[in-house]
Design a protein around this ligand. Structure first.
Ligand SMILES: Nc1nc2c(c(=O)[nH]1)N[C@H]1C(S)=C(S)[C@@H](COP(=O)(O)O)O[C@H]1N2
Ligand SMILES: [Mo]
Length: 235
């Protein structure tokens, strides 16, 4: 990675194992092995929740996809989009659209639980896993929290284990279609194990930190951790 904080990688040909992608793949495997050995990122559960326990208390199932935000829906064309990942990391980067698309892509299916009591099952998200991003930037040992910044000025915070989970991704597509502007396109975070306000739309910056900095809703009384299965709505 270039030391000027910018990924200018000109070596993104598929299969070039000496290039950026090869490095990411090798580090990805190393990190997963290390984390497995430490037992990190474990939710204490393997496989999906039994169907009878799938809907958290106080939630109702919807089949539409409600839109919730602060009323500002920034229009960022992919060509203008930049994501900076910085703070307590070895390799800070600023990714542009092509850099982001060149990272390993995954599809993940998950449920959404919004604190306003709607839940939506089986959302298919395409994008870059939090693991792949961390393999790229290499969080320092002292990194324990993450603050997400968005193009509309929104912020939200996560503990590192909340961000570094195997179902977390930076998504650019939903149900096989490019993520729409109202749902946070071109790229949003998806954190299925927390209420949906932790899933920052129009993501602009990811800051790893030693200290926890509450985000927009967290300073306004929303729960810091936000586990829907514990009904951690407000603090
Ligand atoms: N940038 C940004 N991200 C955001 C918000 C916001 O206002 N700005 N609202 C949050 C809240 S409260 C919810 S419930 C979800 C809603 O996402 P949706 O509009 O795709 O349903 O986005 C979250 N992420
Ligand atoms: Mo929300």
């Amino acid at each position: 990675m270039a030391s000027d904080d910018r990924n200018t990688g000109g070596d993104r040909t598929t299969g070039d194992e000496d290039g950026l992608l090869g490095q990411v793949r090798r580090k990805l495997i190393d990190t997963k092995r290390k984390w497995a050995a430490e037992g990190r990122g474990l939710s204490g559960r393997t496989g999906p929740r039994p169907e009878a326990e799938r809907l958290p208390t106080g939630q109702r199932l919807v089949t539409n996809f409600p839109v919730l935000d602060l009323g500002i829906q920034p229009e960022i064309r992919p060509g203008d989009w930049e994501l900076t990942v910085a703070g307590a990391v070895e390799n800070p980067v600023t990714l542009r659209w092509a850099d982001f698309q060149a990272l390993p892509q995954v599809r993940m299916r998950s449920d959404i639980h919004c604190v306003t009591t709607w839940s939506r099952y089986d959302n298919d998200w395409d994008g870059v896993s939090a693991f792949a991003l961390m393999d790229l930037v290499q969080p320092k040992p002292e990194a324990r929290f993450v603050l997400l910044h968005s193009y509309d000025g929104y912020t939200t915070n996560l503990d590192l284990d909340g961000f570094a989970d195997d179902d977390v991704l930076l998504a650019h597509a939903w149900q096989g279609e490019p993520l729409t502007r109202e749902h946070g396109g071109p790229v949003r975070l998806v954190v299925p194990k927390r209420y949906f306000w932790k899933s920052a739309k129009w993501i602009r910056r990811i800051e790893f930190s030693e200290t926890d900095q509450p985000g927009f809703w967290e300073v306004r009384g929303y729960h810091n951790y936000a586990d829907p299965f514990e009904e951690e709505r407000y603090s």
